[in-house]
Every structure is written in structure tokens, then in C-alpha cells.
Design a protein around this ligand. Structure first.
Ligand code: FES
Length: 165
């Protein structure tokens, strides 16, 4: 089991997020974001807890688990699978693609031995694609955790990866 989860009681994490953000439809994304932030991802047990705890008869709020999974799959920052210590998000949209994005993506996959959405066995890296992050003028673009890299070339990939322990 993921060490972050061992350190946290899922029920308490969800309860804290709901107390902070409230029980309204608008609160669902912040609640899931917070759970994702604390646990590193949103495990199935946390989804069940959110569904259970967010139920609010006064506001008439009832959320199906499928709705929560729908939100989690829509937002790149949310994940229902454990992720590595470092997450690489590669922009896959056309403006980045036409300036060499495909070669960058292939180099990342080769260097890491990963396909989209996978994590290395040592839990160091997770590789995912993302939609446009608004930096098209400096494409191809990738993010490593919160670090942004623009105008990336294939030669730079090993050096960029080498910056992370
Ligand atoms: S298309 Fe890649 S950042 Fe906009």
C-alpha cells in the first residue's frame, strides 16, 4: 500500500476536506483536489468516503461515485492511481505537436521505459499527457512537478530528468 495512505486515515482526510470546502456541488473539485494532494492520489476508498460524507439532505446534495470518477478523470491534476514522486506532464495538443512534440514524447517514453499513465517500478516517475497548458508559444512544453520546460529538444531530456533525485 502507498506509504502516504498508511500515514493518513482516509476517513479523516475526507472529513477535513469537506469541513474546509463545504457540502455543495461547487465544493466537489476542491474536496477531491485536497484529498489528492494529501494522499498523492484518490484511492477507491476515498471516493466512497467522499460520496458518503458529502451527502447533504439539507442542500439536497447526493453524489454518485461515477460522478466523482468523472471529475477525477476530467482534471489532469487528479488521479485515481498512485503516482510516482515526480510526475511528468507532457502537452499533447497540436501546437506543441507540430513543433516537435512527437519526438519529445518518444524520447521521454524511451528514457523512462513508460507509456502514458504508467509509473516506474521504483515509484520515481509517472508519465502522463496533458491538454494545452497555455504555453503554446514555447512548445514543445512539459512540466516536471511544478517546473515548466519550454522549447524542449530531445537532447535536453536526459539532462532535465537528471535534475531530479
Ligand atoms: S498546445 Fe502545448 S502548451 Fe498549448
Amino acid at each position: 500500500m502507498n506509504t502516504l495512505i498508511i500515514e493518513h486515515d482516509i476517513q479523516e482526510v475526507v472529513q477535513h476536506a469537506i469541513e474546509k470546502h463545504g457540502k455543495t456541488p461547487d465544493a466537489l473539485i476542491p474536496i477531491l483536489s485536497e484529498v489528492n494532494h494529501v494522499l498523492g492520489y484518490i484511492p477507491a476508498e476515498a471516493m466512497r468516503e467522499v460520496k458518503k460524507q458529502v451527502h447533504n439532505s439539507a442542500e439536497g446534495l447526493f453524489v454518485a461515485e461515477s460522478q466523482l470518477y468523472g471529475i477525477a478523470s476530467f482534471y489532469d491534476m487528479l488521479s485515481t492511481q498512485p503516482r510516482g514522486r515526480h510526475v511528468i506532464k507532457f502537452c499533447e495538443n497540436a501546437p506543441c505537436h507540430v513543433v516537435g512534440g512527437k519526438a519529445i514524447w518518444d524520447t521521454l517514453r524511451e528514457n523512462l521505459g513508460l507509456e502514458n499513465g504508467e509509473t516506474t517500478p521504483d515509484n520515481k516517475w509517472t508519465l502522463v499527457t496533458t491538454s494545452c497548458i497555455g504555453l503554446c508559444s514555447v512548445g514543445p512544453v512539459l512540466l516536471v512537478d511544478d517546473d515548466m520546460y519550454g522549447n524542449v529538444t530531445t537532447d535536453q531530456i536526459p539532462e532535465i530528468l537528471g535534475r531530479y533525485e
